[in-house]
Design a protein around this ligand. Structure first.
Ligand code: BV8
Ligand code: ZN
Length: 258
């Protein structure tokens, strides 16, 4: 009985066999780490960054995703994130998010690490989640540290109720350091994993993209799931090309349900 509705018709026999084998491997592992990127939310209708109709096609990173951009034009940066928040209101977790939440039930030492800020892993039930790049739904003030979880989408950049400076989204911009505790925990979990899954990421943004290399160097088997090849593909032990939601669902489906 399929735990997840898997579209096997969309897969070659070879891919199905490889997934079966990897599912058995995962079932034997006790320590698994998984890093996700924007590609896992694509099938929830959330724009990725570097695909054909990705965010960086319509916007320049330097204008909307750096602290300098926010200092120079806070409203332009705020509008970029407000539009993404608005689009997220209609987004729901897809079978890929649910499959990763299920993996935690099947393997207690399964650690999920995400670059995404969209909150869809949390909505799918993944709560012990390491968020490397923050949370788009957090409003915070750089000047005094004030913060809150946004309850609605507002178009005009807010001012801090505590100190009247401009409020920013609680994400990590380019040129900003990642939350140290999150990064250290992610490194520790990847470097002690027997298997590391890397799902739906172009593996171009560091230090997140380095986690897989460090895991591999520490002895983990590296399994990539992505629509297209990335800089990781050549060093991965397995690179499964296809839809994250379909492949992850098939992996959980092939996992002996003890
Ligand atoms: C820092 C903000 C230092 C939130 C983001 C080392 C080497 C090279 C460069 C650097 C380096 N170290 C630092 C840098 C600079 C920089 C960087 O990496 N630049 C890159 C572009 C060259 N890194 C930083 O600035 C980082 N900070 O290192 O600080 C420092 C030290 C001391 C003091 C001060 C500073 C900060 C990086 C974080 C930046 N913030 N986001 C937001 O707006 O969302 S990064 C942004 O890119 C997102 O967070 C995103 O998660 C991340 C990666 O993108 P992906 O998730 O991979 O998405 P993408 O569209 O690229 O790819 C999607 C993939 O999915 C595709 O391959 C596609 O084929 C696939 N796909 C699509 N659909 C599906 C699918 N796969 C399967 N199924 C599908 N259905
Ligand atoms: Zn403030």
């Amino acid at each position: 009985m399929s735990a997840f509705v898997v579209e096997y018709a969309r897969m070659s026999d070879n891919l199905i066999q490889r997934i079966e084998r990897i599912g058995q491997q995962l079932a034997k592992a006790t320590r698994i780490a998984c890093l996700t990127g924007a590609g896992i939310s694509a099938e929830s209708g959330v724009a990725t960054f570097r695909d054909a109709n990705g965010l960086w096609n319509g916007f320049r990173i330097e204008e909307v995703a750096t602290p300098e951009a926010f200092t120079q034009d806070p409203q332009r940066v705020w509008s970029f994130y407000a539009a993404r928040r608005q689009a997220l209101l209609a987004a729901r977790p897809n079978p890929g998010h649910h499959a990763l939440a299920r993996m935690k039930q099947l393997c207690p030492e399964f650690t999920l690490i995400t670059q995404n800020v969209d909150g869809l892993h949390q909505q799918a039930g993944s709560h012990d989640l390491i968020c490397l790049h923050g949370d788009i739904w957090i409003d915070r003030c750089n000047a005094c540290g004030w913060q809150r979880r946004a309850q609605q989408v507002v178009e005009t950049v807010p001012t801090c109720p505590a100190c009247s400076r401009h409020v920013r989204p609680g994400v990590v911009w380019f040129g900003e350091i990642l939350p140290q505790d999150a990064l250290e925990r992610a490194i520790q979990k990847c470097c002690s994993a027997q298997i590391m899954l890397v799902v739906g990421t172009s593996s171009l943004v560091h230090p997140a993209a380095s986690l897989a290399t460090w895991a591999r160097q520490a002895g983990a088997a590296l399994i990539e799931i992505n629509l297209e090849p990335t800089p990781l593909t050549d060093i991965a032990d397995e690179s499964l090309q296809g839809s994250a939601s379909n492949i992850l669902s098939a992996l959980v489906d092939s996992w002996p349900q003890t």
